[in-house]
Ligand binder design. Structure first.
Ligand SMILES: NC(=O)c1ccc[n+]([C@@H]2O[C@H](COP(=O)([O-])OP(=O)(O)OC[C@H]3O[C@@H](n4cnc5c(N)ncnc54)[C@H](O)[C@@H]3O)[C@@H](O)[C@H]2O)c1
Length: 266
């Protein structure tokens, strides 16, 4: 079941990493609820496909290829959104990679930096570029995509750079939630468990042990859902809630969405 199709009418949203997975699902849902959506991704052809799909379904989407590690690229992208729609209400800073998972004495400084640049600096640069327009419009909702990893789950050996970047996003979100409350800008962070997207395709694991799931729930890996990972649409519905005025007193907090996976794997 989807939220009401007019629940975000009149709003403009920007979503990074919108060419795939959780970002694409969020773009589809926010557009389906009436928001005009600006989709950002590195992968131009994937981005065009998602935008086309949304426009064909009667929504309004703009594909804006951009690398979230580029401050200049983001400034130009936000200028384009302003020029086109003259406002911004919702920011979903979602783009991220798993990067390289490797023993701490084997991961290279360059590998570490790449994960930090995309996952953490990319979130900072996205928010930095968007905040002036949110302030100008009198407020808005910023949604950051973190993870269970680095917050409630520490057992994926080698995912140290990833987990560190995701833990830092939580602190970043709390800091700016307080700073921006006077501007009526809410900031919340989503911490997803395992969802079926393309993220494992950009993961290089050099762990000899591989991915370890130390605790197995008797009925499957996940208490809600058994052997199945979550569906991106489930995260999209949480993005919608945090983007909508129904969450108008919620800011500065993390929301876990993981079917209780993190309660089994500390
Ligand atoms: N899928 C999961 O199980 C899961 C769990 C926890 C957190 N997350 C987080 O959710 C977010 C989305 O992940 P997903 O699973 O949808 O992954 P995905 O790989 O399916 O999609 C990520 C998108 O981000 C884009 N991207 C990567 N680097 C970029 C850059 N520098 N600039 C612009 N775009 C860039 C990719 O091209 C891709 O389209 C990530 O931040 C990820 O860490 C995912």
């Amino acid at each position: 079941m989807n939220p009401p199709s007019d629940s975000l009418t009149g709003k403009v949203a920007v979503i990074t990493g919108a060419g795939s997975g959780l970002g694409a699902a969020s773009g589809r849902l926010l557009a389906g609820c009436g928001a005009k959506v600006a989709l950002i991704d590195l992968d131009e052809s994937a981005l065009q496909k998602v935008a086309q799909e949304i426009n064909d379904a009667g929504g309004t989407a703009l594909a804006l290829p951009c690398d979230v590690t580029s401050a200049d690229g983001l400034a130009a992208t936000v200028a384009k959104i302003n020029q086109t729609w003259n406002r911004l209400d919702i920011v979903v800073a979602n783009a991220g990679i798993n990067g390289v998972w490797a023993p701490i004495d084997e991961i290279t400084p360059e590998e570490w930096d790449r994960t930090m640049d995309i996952n953490l600096k990319g979130v900072f640069l996205t928010v930095r570029a968007c905040v002036p327009l949110l302030k100008e419009g009198g407020g808005g909702s910023v949604i950051l995509m973190s993870s269970l990893m680095g917050n409630r789950m520490f057992s994926t050996s080698g995912a140290t750079a990833y987990s560190t970047s995701k833990a830092a996003i939580v602190s970043f979100g709390r800091m700016i939630a307080l700073e921006l409350a006077k501007n009526s800008i809410r900031v919340n962070t989503i911490c997803p468990g395992a969802f079926k997207t393309n993220i494992m395709q950009n993961t290089e694991s050099r762990n000899r042990e591989g991915l370890r799931l130390p605790v197995k729930f008797p009925e499957g890996k996940w208490p809600l859902g058994g052997e199945e990972r979550g569906k991106p649409e489930q995260v999209a519905r949480l993005v919608w809630f945090l983007a909508s005025d129904l969450s108008d007193y919620i800011t500065g907090t993390e929301v876990y969405i993981d079917g209780a996976q993190s309660l089994l794997m500390g």
